[in-house]
Design a protein around this ligand. Structure first.
Ligand SMILES: [Zn+2]
Length: 166
């Protein structure tokens, strides 16, 4: 199992790199560990940079077992949006309302390196948008318009991150 990095760790602000050798033993064993880590943490999704690896890989919880998305790209998002409370494994005890598109179409490679396309809606569309933000270095706290828990803590972290940059 891998350690989940917490904000304000710098890798969470890193733009991850594309994965070319999906079938390599290194990538395959990483994917297995990423899934295991998400399941153990009881998360809805987990991106590679949340476990300190700057690869464009993420996993999303699914009733048939974790689904893996490699080099995912959102090619279309619905104009219709909704608001929902989100949390994040890299921000313990922080929750807030985020506005996102209700539907998202995503092109990606699966763990067998096959090119795939999914028309996601509902919770899957939401989790995919959250996780694809992660691999681009974008965090849900950038998008929260109303905190339901942990706002003070986030402000302290942001201040701490700014102090560290000095
Ligand atoms: Zn997250």
């Amino acid at each position: 199992m891998l350690e989940i990095v917490k904000y304000p760790s710098k890798i969470l602000r890193t733009r991850s790199t594309r994965v070319t050798d999906i079938k390599s033993a290194e990538v395959q064993s990483f994917i297995a560990e990423l899934k295991e880590t998400m399941l153990a943490a009881d998360g809805l999704g987990l991106a590679a940079n949340q476990v300190n690896k700057d690869w464009q890989i993420l996993t999303v919880s699914h009733k048939d077992g974790p689904k893996v998305f490699i080099n995912p790209v959102i090619c279309w998002k619905s104009f219709k949006k909704n608001n929902m409370e989100e949390g994040c494994l890299s921000f313990p005890q922080v929750f807030g309302l985020v506005r996102r598109s209700k539907k998202a179409w995503v092109i990606y490679r699966d763990e067998n390196a096959r090119l795939r396309f999914i028309k996601a809606d509902g919770l899957l569309a939401r989790v995919l948008q959250h996780e694809i933000d992660h691999i681009r270095g974008v965090l849900f706290t950038d998008k929260i318009f109303k905190y339901t828990k942990g706002e003070k803590q986030v402000q302290e972290w942001i201040k701490q991150a700014k102090d560290d940059e000095r």
